[in-house]
Design a protein around this ligand. Sequence first.
Ligand SMILES: Cc1cc2nc3c(=O)[nH]c(=O)nc-3n(C[C@H](O)[C@H](O)[C@H](O)COP(=O)(O)O)c2cc1C
Length: 116
Amino acid sequence: MVVTYDPTRGGPAVLGRHATTDAGLYSTCLAFQNLWLAATAEGLGVGWVSYYREEFLRDLLSIPATVRPVAWLCLGPASRLQQTPDLERFGWRDRRPLAEAVHEERHRTSTRGGQA
Ligand SMILES: Cc1cc2nc3c(=O)[nH]c(=O)nc-3n(C[C@H](O)[C@H](O)[C@H](O)COP(=O)(O)O)c2cc1C
């Protein structure tokens, strides 16, 4: 499944987009995040394929120049769902304490440089 975003749809005055241009992209991500949660609840697996260039996918599916491919997803039956995220399982990234990601009143500079 390829999820796309058309910034021209709905005209120039769309709620949320007049002040924050990227709001449309954020909305698109929220939409397929909800699909992801629903799929997981149904026992289906979802994977995000991001190793491609936008132009490649655009050509493959004849996506018009004004429409952005946002996510290329694999969706289907999974033999099992992992309890531990792959990044943590393979030792690529550590789980961060929640307190490190939550900022109160003001943004605090991270003490662990590089990890967003
Ligand atoms: C922005 C983004 C890009 C990703 N790109 C890939 C990718 O190219 N290849 C891959 O195997 N997993 C990629 N992943 C990870 C998986 O799609 C997914 O997060 C993982 O299977 C865990 O899914 P789950 O949370 O439903 O268990 C990406 C995840 C994100 C958030």
